[in-house]
Design a protein around this ligand. Structure first.
Ligand code: SF4
Length: 201
């Protein structure tokens, strides 16, 4: 599938779209674009690998549950992220038809991606692209979840076996909810930043 077709599908669903050859170029673009804002982060290996927290913190007030301020814990920090000017996250899969899919165990990432901000950025490596929405839903549970669960050290069957989803009842279950972004949410700006690299899971 051609990237331009995916870009057009996303634009047709109301998103702004920007494309970059490298994560470094994408990070530089976002560093220029987001200035003087409060910024919230959803849990994302993609954002970590781009060092966006470090870049944006130099000229924005960035709130990230992975970098709690003194006296704050995960919960209080994640709550603050829900009402920042700007929110950053990624997705677990992007269908060539323009739908995106995220799974979430705690809910802060998906909640922050839907409401409460001037603008949401989804930063997505081309490794997350699949052909159809069905494949995107499958990828989130069978490709992204096992790797994310293992990253957190969770004892889910997918994390241990790294082969597929087992629809488990584990207390560590990483996919308590699954979100399909059929199109841009109303009354909020959303931009998909596509990077022609393998980023995150
Ligand atoms: S239901 Fe359990 S096994 Fe399946 S992806 Fe989620 S955490 Fe992994």
């Amino acid at each position: 599938m051609e990237l331009q077709e995916i870009v057009e599908a996303l634009i047709g669903k109301g998103y702004e779209v920007s494309c970059f050859e490298t994560a470094e170029e994408a990070a530089s673009y976002l560093d220029r674009k987001v200035d003087g804002k409060t910024v919230g982060f959803g849990d994302s290996v993609t954002l970590d690998s781009m060092k966006l927290y470090q870049l944006l913190s130099a000229h924005n007030h960035v709130i990230d549950p992975k970098h709690c301020a003194p006296g704050m814990d995960f919960w209080s920090t994640a709550k603050q992220c829900l009402t920042t000017d700007v929110f950053f996250t990624s997705v677990n899969a992007l269908a060539a038809t323009g739908e995106m899919v995220n799974i979430d165990g705690t809910g802060n990432r998906v909640a922050g991606s839907l409401f409460g901000h001037e603008k949401v950025y989804f930063v997505v490596g081309t490794n997350k692209i699949v052909s159809t929405l069905d494949e995107a839903v499958w990828r989130a549970r069978n490709i992204a979840a096992p790797q994310n669960a293992a990253r957190h050290g969770f004892q889910t069957p997918c994390a241990i076996r790294q082969d597929r989803c087992y629809d488990c009842k584990s207390p560590d279950r990483i996919c308590c909810g699954q979100m399909i972004y059929y199109q841009k949410m109303r009354f909020i700006e959303m931009e998909v930043v596509l990077v022609k690299e393998s980023l995150g899971f």
